[in-house]
Design a protein around this ligand. Structure first.
Ligand code: NAD
Ligand code: USQ
Length: 406
């Protein structure tokens, strides 16, 4: 059944291919974005490795290729509540997919101004969306992109469940009481902290206002292209590789293409969860088709295909490309080694057959990196944001984005 779907952050790495996929499936898609990601890339002097067309060119090309219209609304969801409310009142979407947050952990840890920007943007944005849906009494399913990082990386050998933990507590009368609680969070950065705080807001609005909410705890996304973005050069997805926004596997693939060593932080014993961008868009479509009922607890789903150790990924890329591996000081505060086992029962139960790391998709990403390597600013490869000790080491200072990026 065709739905009207608002995609918040629909110009970004996950939001753009999702918008195209939902449009291809016959849904009416409206993208909402303030284009801050494009401005941050300029400020960092780290443009997407792939050339990103203007939003108008992207949407016109999609119309030519598919025959489908996607509308675009430029709006800051964190700062302009009245406009957001007006938009929701006029579109009255069946679903809202919320990608519109500052999503880089290193960027969120640069300094106090970047911490404040990340908190301000992510918490206000999420809260504004919830408040507007509740105030208007909309029957809209909110699908939010959360992160695996809210669980932390304790590695006690137990499988991480999907969002909730069943516990038993002692009552004053000696009786034992069963409780289902949100899995205790252990965020590793200010960015991950905002995702942990989002969870509490969802819990409140799902209970108090009976909003149907799905929170997708996604792993690290790798790859660039999806079935739809491959159709025309102007539809190509972004490819971030810099020390702030480049995620580990895409960074390794780009570093290999640039003839640079693969920068493994510390021992590379960190185990993380991964998912290919093609599966990201499939999972959103599955979530859209399977909303919780009004009054249900928040539906938390782990959007993950597999887990891998960082040094094993480096070895895989090195075998594929011949790149050298360099073990560098870890700029982050994180466990040097951890195990990670994660349940992804909901999505596999809904029929997802996840793409696993395999040569052809890795090769496609390296080929894209090689094609556009001349556009890269190699100076932005080192990860310079530090989790601690900023006072002792020199960190390039950026203007506070709150004021510079509006
Ligand atoms: P991105 O930065 O490429 O896209 C985010 C988009 O939201 C950008 O287009 C940006 O301009 C927009 N935006 C940000 N703040 C906004 C605001 N206040 N108002 C309107 N638009 C705003 O990030 P992404 O990689 O596409 O990530 C999307 C979501 O998925 C994020 O919430 C992120 O936490 C989550 N996620 C991403 C990954 C990953 O590996 N990329 C993994 C897990 C979860
Ligand atoms: N790492 C390296 N070398 C590098 C870059 C990273 O060893 O050059 C290591 C990091 O120290 C970390 C791991 O790789 O241990 C993952 O780092 P990352 O930058 O790929 O991922 P992260 O900071 O966790 O954030 C990314 C997205 C974020 C999303 C998260 C999912 O930017 O939006 O929420 O992945 S998760 O990690 O599951 O929480």
């Amino acid at each position: 059944m065709s739905k009207t779907v608002l995609v918040l952050g629909g110009d970004g790495f996950c939001g753009w291919p999702t918008s195209l996929h939902l449009s291809a499936l016959g849904h009416e898609v409206v993208i909402v974005d303030n284009f801050v990601r494009r401005r941050i890339a300029e400020q960092l002097e780290a443009p997407s490795l792939t050339p990103i067309a203007s939003i108008d060119e992207r949407l016109n090309t999609w119309k030519d290729v598919s025959g489908h219209d996607i509308d675009i609304v430029e709006l800051d969801i964190a700062q302009d509540y009245p406009e957001l409310r007006r938009l929701l009142a006029s579109v009255r979407p069946d679903a809202i997919v919320h990608f519109a947050e500052q999503r880089a952990a290193p960027y969120s840890m640069r300094d106090a101004a970047h911490k404040a920007y990340t908190v301000d943007n992510n918490i206000n944005g999420t809260h504004n969306v919830l408040a507007a849906i509740a105030e208007l009494g909309l029957d809209a399913h909110l699908i939010h992109l959360g992160t695996m990082g809210v669980y932390g990386y304790v590695g006690d050998g137990r499988e991480i469940p999907e969002g909730y933990l069943d516990v038993t507590v002692d009552g004053p009368d000696g009786a034992r009481h069963s409780r289902r609680i949100l899995y205790p969070t252990k965020p590793g950065s200010i960015y991950h902290l905002t995702k942990s705080m989002d969870q509490l807001m969802f819990q409140f609005y799902a209970g108090n206002d009976r909003l149907p909410i799905t929170d997708l705890h996604q792993g690290i996304v790798w790859g660039t292209q999806t079935e739809e973005t491959r159709l025309e050069p102007a539809l190509i997805n972004r490819f971030d590789y810099d020390g702030d926004y480049g995620t580990v596997l895409n960074r390794f693939l780009m570093q290999a293409a640039a003839g640079r060593p693969l920068t493994v932080h510390g021992t590379g014993g960190q185990t993380r969860a991964f998912i290919n961008i093609q599966d990201t868009v499939r999972c959103i479509a599955l979530a859209l088709d399977n909303p919780p009922a009004a009054g249900d607890p928040v539906r938390i789903i782990n959007q993950v295909a597999e887990t891998r150790r960082v040094r094993d990924l480096a070895e895989l890329v090195s075998e594929l490309t011949g790149a050298e591996i360099e073990y560098v000081d870890n700029p982050r505060s994180e466990a040097a080694e951890n195990d990670l086992t994660v349940s992804n029962a909901t999505l596999t139960g809904l029929g997802l057959e996840p793409i696993l790391l395999r040569d052809e998709l890795l090769t496609e990403t390296v080929d894209i990196a090689l094609r556009f390597i001349d556009r890269a600013n190699l100076d932005t490869i080192p990860a310079t944001a530090l989790w601690s000790g900023q006072a002792e080491r020199e960190v390039p200072q950026l203007q506070a984005p709150r004021f510079a990026l509006r």
